[in-house]
Design a protein around this ligand. Structure first.
Ligand SMILES: Cc1cc2nc3c(=O)[nH]c(=O)nc-3n(C[C@H](O)[C@H](O)[C@H](O)COP(=O)(O)OP(=O)(O)OC[C@H]3O[C@@H](n4cnc5c(N)ncnc54)[C@H](O)[C@@H]3O)c2cc1C
Length: 456
């Protein structure tokens, strides 16, 4: 897929990947052999009818492609951009072993973008079923909440999403940067969910403005919790409170949601130094580092305690970061931060690591190399070590059980929690995971909630 050149894109927040032309899309769709077993569909957590939408693209029937795609997926423009297709649908593609798999994600993006640009060409949406009179409260408007809300609205239930922030979309709005996922695309898909009759109430922090029990006592039949995992983890080492050390949440929220990259047109500032170190190796770390570069840092480091092979980030994003000039320090772990005597970070003492035996995650455990400490001179640090769920809802909801990691206990098959009338899915249950796994949970929860409401 065409992309902005690295030297150009490192200086702007415009989307890096530019999308297929109609000719490229038709050619790629033509590679699909339409195998009867449809292994790609089984690889998709929301079971999109992949062969159908690809066949429609191949045949130039774009409205059919949109209908086939959106039948199962309310957020195709998002998924076509950020889903790890290479480990899901594409890895199951029959062509995977022979040559390259069909680029399902890129075709998905193409179809979603076509619909956005050709709204008037679409036939009117199928009418919704008559109202059931049942009321559902969905807490959180990330991919889990939006998916559950869309599926429940399509069944005729009255759905209200309560969102703590001033805008809907969850991590898609506040975490993933504009150059990977333009916010206009997210809002277009949030608006699609609203067009199904879903009400979106913003600035509503459940657990503060209302508790779950208050919602259940005040007219809602059931509640779905999709509040994600927004609480950052830290290294807990000496000096971590120095100025200039950010959690990735703050760094990315200031940049993306509050648009500090457009300061002073937007009034959120962000102090960015010349040498920035981002600690971690996941998608969040890549996003933090690539934001730092675009915000004007001269040198940007990814500091990761394992080797390149273990990097959890999508390969595509690692390659993008490397092409843009991000410097990777593998097998390196910070041991303490040094300040300049005025409270600002000026350096980071690190130790070199080597890989030992595999740990519980199946990856080889990083072990410090004795006496290998060294100092990196950096004036900004972004800690991207992962997140856990915010404890607010669990601490204000009697009967909701949580694990020692703070995640809510729910049945994986139907997302039912141990509390009556409450379901939960997405990062709040799994811990930080992926957009599509959150959407899959939203779908399973919606199916079970619908069954519960209709049997009631
Ligand atoms: C920087 C970054 C990059 C990522 N990149 C990728 C990627 O490339 N591909 C991928 O598949 N995944 C990626 N992920 C992970 C993915 O975004 C998450 O797994 C997914 O968004 C989880 O969805 P969710 O609906 O469970 O929660 P979220 O998206 O976190 O949404 C939860 C929503 O609930 C709201 N909320 C929280 N508490 C309350 C409350 N008390 N009351 C009301 N509302 C509340 C929050 O404000 C938020 O809007 C990334 C994550 C981050 C942070």
């Amino acid at each position: 897929m065409p992309r902005q050149e690295p030297a150009v894109r490192g200086k702007n927040f415009n989307e890096v990947a530019l999308g297929y032309t109609p000719e490229m899309a038709a050619e790629e769709a033509g590679r699909c052999i339409q195998c009867p077993k449809r292994p790609c569909v089984a690889g998709c957590p929301v079971n999109v009818d992949i062969p159908e939408f690809i066949k429609a693209v191949r045949d130039g029937k774009m409205t059919d492609a949109v209908i086939a795609l959106k039948n199962k997926n309310a957020l195709p423009g998002v998924c076509g951009r950020v889903c790890p297709q290479e480990t899901q649908c594409e890895v199951k593609c029959t062509l995977f072993k022979q040559k390259a798999p069909v680029a399902i994600g890129r075709l998905e993006r193409y179809v979603a973008d076509w619909e956005r640009e050709n709204k008037t060409a679409m036939p009117p949406a199928a009418p919704l079923p008559p109202p059931t009179g049942k009321k559902v409260a969905v807490i959180g408007s990330g991919p889990a909440g939006l998916t559950a809300a869309a599926d429940l609205a399509k069944k005729g239930h009255s759905v209200t999403i309560f969102e703590a922030l001033h805008v809907g979309g969850g991590v898609l709005m506040y975490g993933i940067p504009e150059f990977r996922l333009p916010k206009e695309i997210v809002q277009n898909e949030v608006n699609f969910v609203k067009s199904l009759g879903v009400e979106l109430v913003l600035d509503a922090v459940i657990g503060k403005t209302d508790t779950i029990d208050e919602l259940l006592n005040n007219g809602y039949d059931v509640v779905f919790l999709g509040t994600g995992a927004g609480l950052p983890m830290f290294l807990n080492i000496l000096g971590e409170n120095a100025n200039g050390i950010y959690s990735a949440n703050e760094w990315l929220t200031r940049t993306n949601l509050m648009k500090s990259y457009l300061f002073p047109n937007y009034d959120t500032p962000l102090k960015v130094g010349k040498k920035v170190a981002v600690i971690g190796g996941g998608n969040v770390a890549m996003d933090g580092a690539r934001c730092a570069l675009r915000l004007g840092a001269e040198e940007v480091y990814i500091v990761y305690r394992r080797s390149e092979t273990e990097l959890p980030a999508r390969r595509e994003e690692v390659e993008n970061a490397m092409e843009e000039g991000i410097i990777f320090k593998f097998l390196t772990n910070p041991t303490r931060f040094l300040d300049d005597g005025k409270g600002w970070v000026k350096g980071m003492e690190c130790i070199q690591m080597e890989l030992g035996e595999p740990d519980a995650s199946g990856r080889r455990r990083p072990v410090p190399k004795k006496g290998s400490e060294f100092v990196m001179n950096v004036d900004t640090v972004v800690v991207a070590l992962g997140t856990t769920p915010n404890p607010l809802i669990a601490s204000t909801t009697e009967g909701l059980k949580t694990t020692s990691h703070g995640t809510v206990v729910a049945d994986e098959s139907n997302c039912k929690t141990l509390k009556d009338k409450v379901w939960a899915g997405g990062d709040i249950v799994t811990g930080a995971a992926t957009v599509i796994s959150a959407m899959g949970a939203g779908k399973r929860a919606a199916a079970d909630i619908d069954k519960f409401l209709m049997e009631k």
